[in-house]
Write a protein that binds this ligand. Structure first.
Ligand SMILES: C[S@@+](CC[C@H](N)C(=O)[O-])C[C@H]1O[C@@H](n2cnc3c(N)ncnc32)[C@H](O)[C@@H]1O
Length: 303
């Protein structure tokens, strides 16, 4: 069993999805509407919160209620990292995308099949940190990336309850396969149940144990890798899989904006993500695109 950790420190947990000191509740009406905006039919308790001090960083605009302004400051030679004290909480946190736009994007994304909707509902009802589940938009994006790249061999680092593995499986050809790594037996039990009920039971193998050990024990190369586990190990995961990425392979790394905490990294996970992002953009071995979808998704190919 994993040692229970404070929520903000739990591997794979995104900081702003959990409450922190220094947050200020928005009026009830706004909170209700934000609850309606939460994805996968479940509420995200912290999603509607504004941090105290945040208002000073926002400007009124015509079309949307607020716009965050980041004073520019060059940090690394090739990296422009705006410096912003986005909030006064333990970790930084901003809305990466206006919640109404997120709602619009989800409403215009092909809904998940009933089994995935059921899995999302059970995850939110029974597991701790349910916001770790990727959800509709990133789930469909992963499916499209797997399908469009023609990937046959997929590696996932961080199964949780199995949502993203099942989403990617929908993009696989019949002879494709996903190896997915999970260290927590409670998460693995839920994932295995849903994988068994899915049409892809023969295409997904769940490996229970630390991902780095699993990767070392697996043979062969990968066409598509989804990295979505403990953030301090992200750089290790990248080094473990990059030499084993096929010529047209892709790596997708989740949570690479860490709810905006990359602007002011205050904990180990945020610092690990910032270091990785800064290294990747100057790494001549790869070509990267940092997307602002959901919590930040970085796409990588070998240069
Ligand atoms: C963000 S969640 C994954 C979410 C999942 N990809 C999805 O979209 O539904 C991260 C998962 O990684 C697992 N994890 C954390 N450290 C790990 C490790 N060292 N090896 C394997 N899994 C790990 C956690 O138990 C958690 O279930």
């Amino acid at each position: 069993m994993l040692e229970p950790e404070p929520k903000s420190l739990r591997p794979g947990c995104c900081p702003r999805r959990y409450g922190h000191g220094g947050e200020t509740e928005v009026p009830a009406e706004s909170a209700r509407s934000a609850d309606c905006l939460a994805g996968d039919g479940a509420s995200r308790p912290a999603a509607h919160r504004l941090r105290s001090g945040e208002s000073q960083l926002k400007q009124r605009t015509g079309r949307f209620a607020t716009r965050t302004v980041y004073p520019a400051r060059p940090v690394l030679e090739h990296v422009h990292r705006p410096r912003l004290r986005a909030c006064t909480g333990q970790n930084g946190g901003v809305d990466l995308v206006d919640p109404r736009i997120e709602q619009y994007a989800e409403a215009h994304t092909t809904p998940p099949p009933p089994l995935l909707a059921e899995l999302a509902a059970e995850t939110h009802a029974t597991l701790a940190s349910p916001e770790m589940l990727t959800g509709t938009v990133v789930g469909r994006l992963l499916e499209l990336l797997v399908h469009g790249s023609g990937a046959k061999r997929v590696l996932e680092i961080g199964t949780f309850s199995g949502y993203s593995a099942l989403a990617m499986a929908a993009g696989l050809p019949p002879d494709g396969h996903i190896d997915t790594c999970e260290v927590d037996p409670v998460h693995a039990e839920v994932a295995r149940r849903y994988i068994a009920r899915s049409p892809y039971a023969d295409r997904i193998t769940l490996h229970l144990g630390p991902a780095l050990e699993t990767i070392a024990a697996l043979a062969g190369d990968f066409d598509f890798v989804f990295i979505d586990a403990d953030k301090p190990n992200y750089a290790n995961y990248l080094e473990a899989v990059l030499p084993r990425l096929t010529r047209h392979g892709l790596i997708a790394v989740d949570n690479t904006l860490w709810s905006g905490a990359v602007l002011d990294p205050l904990d180990d996970s945020a610092r690990a993500i910032v270091e990785l992002n800064d290294r990747l953009v100057v790494d001549e071995r790869v070509t990267v695109a940092q997307l602002t979808v959901r919590d930040g998704l970085t796409l990588i190919r070998r240069a």
